[in-house]
Design a protein around this ligand. Structure first.
Ligand code: BES
Ligand code: MN
Ligand code: ZN
Length: 486
């Protein structure tokens, strides 16, 4: 999608040449300069109650006399916030994309100031509306014909809007990459496919990309990661991609993403209902690769390392068994009491591997626990950190990027459940507080750096009719990485 800004006064909207015009109303009053050709029908629709200023409401005006755009959608936003603006544009775009319009112009027509956050939100809303999964369903070719969009702004707003559009394009491309990976089924999106995706990014953006195979992982002593991978015929991959935007001596931001390309549960097998959705258990990996893409495009002056341990979690004659004890790369031993708690087992070795980069900060991202979905539902990602300043930064970035997360507790009292008679720790606590014990397990491998953990089990995927990947938390992570420029 080609996305631009368009300098224009509200008084000239009727003269804009475009297939579709989206007018955003964010209050009962319309700006004085608005052309009567729009003002008259909108005011009348408001008076009759045919149009109300409430999220989700819209009014369609076809071929207005004297207006160049043949299609006009008026949409309501509840307030002037970027979030309200984004919701309104999303409503409009779902209508526009069903029409024959090839391009669209979006313009606010109530008194409001567009900021970079508004512009970024609009790009994300538009890309989200036009994305269509087609890789294994090419017959879904009836995507919209929309290929260009622009946002009308004033001279005073233009520099902020341009900045927001640049960031929005990068974030949206990262989101799309993450969604596409998550949507591809387990027999397509394999560890090898994730590695190839990283290599492709490497070529496109001149990044250093290394892919370690089983032999290399054995040499490193990643006994925990290997235990998960051993049940599958699909070769494991350990992906390390580096973006360098600052001097080599500058400590990097490190992102670690869980790359389980299918989670059957292993010998502790999952129930079959909805097991298909466990193809998105690489949502963490997809989001760190998407973030890498966004960052590489924006070229901030910092260093970023992305680490993805990737394999399938399968039951087989070679699979790890409940009760097996393995030695992690850190030297700590783990009793694998439940083979379905595999995410932490592959992440712990990746977290130890991260030490070699002497990171400024490490954030891991994982579809880690069903318990997190129970706790927070599908709106907030779970965020864990024992560094208050880091937690505050992540919260601020989640608000700014409209990609919410919520901080969860990590009191040591919860650690009780990880005790084992046969190893330094078990890999599961009890059922209660399951996302917290998972985070506390990971914490034991992060003593060398500042660290946070995002549990995205509820936010990386949508079930139901619009089943598919969301691309979250690419917006949050991109904002976070950008915030780390020295
Ligand atoms: N990948 C799952 C977590 C998950 C569940 C993600 C639902 C998305 C939706 C993870 O590997 C898992 O199976 N976790 C177990 C942990 C338990 C065995 C301690 C869980 O949540 O049930
Ligand atoms: Mn599992
Ligand atoms: Zn899993």
């Amino acid at each position: 999608m080609d996305f631009k800004h368009q300098l224009a006064a509200t008084s000239t909207l009727s003269k804009l040449t475009t297939d579709a015009l989206v007018l955003v109303v964010s209050g009962e009053t319309l700006v004085d300069e608005l052309d009567a050709k729009f003002k008259t029908p909108i005011t009348s629709a408001l008076a009759s109650g045919d149009f109300v200023v409430k999220a989700g409401k819209s009014l369609y005006l076809h071929h207005i006399e004297g207006v160049k755009a043949p299609r006009v959608w008026v949409v309501a936003a509840t307030g002037n916030t970027p979030k309200a603006f984004k919701t309104a544009v999303a409503t409009a775009l779902n209508l526009v994309k069903a029409s024959a319009a090839k391009n669209v112009v979006i313009a606010p027509i109530s008194a409001m100031e567009l900021t970079d956050a508004h512009a970024e939100a609009v790009v994300c809303a538009v890309e989200d509306a036009v994305y269509l999964y087609r890789h294994t369903k090419p017959s879904a070719a009836k995507a919209s014909s929309l290929n260009a969009a622009s946002l009308v702004c004033t001279k005073a707003e233009v520099s902020a809007v341009q900045k927001g559009l640049v960031r929005g394009r990068a974030v949206a491309a990262g989101v799309t990459l993450a969604r596409e990976c998550a949507n591809r089924p387990g027999n397509h999106c394999t560890p090898t496919y994730l590695a190839d995706t990283a290599k492709k990014l490497g070529k496109e953006f001149a990044l250093k990309v290394e892919v370690l195979d089983r032999k290399a992982v054995e040499k490193l002593g990643m006994g925990s990661f290997l235990a998960v991978a051993q049940g599958s015929e699909e070769p494991l991959k350990f992906i390390v991609a580096q973006y360098q935007g600052a001097a080599k001596t500058v400590a990097p931001v490190v992102l670690v993403g869980k790359g389980i390309t299918f989670d059957t549960g292993g010998i502790s097998i999952k129930p079959s209902a909805e097991m298909d959705e466990m193809k998105f258990d690489m949502g963490g990996a997809a989001s760190v690769l998407g973030t890498l893409r966004a960052v590489a495009e924006l070229k901030p002056k910092l260093n970023l390392v992305v680490i993805v341990p990737s394999c399938d979690n399968m039951p087989s004659g070679k699979a790890v068994k409940p009760g097996d004890v393995v030695t992690s790369m850190s030297g700590q031993t783990i009793e694998i009491l439940n083979t379905d708690a595999e995410g932490r087992l592959i992440l712990c070795d990746a977290l130890t591997y991260a030490e070699r980069f002497k990171p400024a900060v490490v954030v891991d991202v994982a579809t880690l626990t069903g318990a997190c979905v129970v706790a927070l539902g599908h709106h907030n990602s779970g965020m864990f950190s024992n560094d208050d300043a880091l937690a505050e930064t992540l919260l601020a970035c989640s608000r700014a990027s409209l990609d919410p997360c919520w901080r969860m507790p990590m009191d040591e009292e919860y650690e009780e459940g990880l005790k084992s008679n046969f190893a330094d720790m078990g890999n599961v606590g009890g059922r209660a507080g399951g996302s917290i014990t998972a985070a506390l397990f990971l914490k034991r491998f992060t003593s060398k750096y500042r660290w946070a953990h995002l549990d995205i089990a509820g936010t990386a995927w949508k079930s139901g009719a619009s089943k598919g990947g969301t691309g979250r938390p690419v917006p949050l992570l991109t904002h976070f990485v950008l915030s780390q420029v020295a």
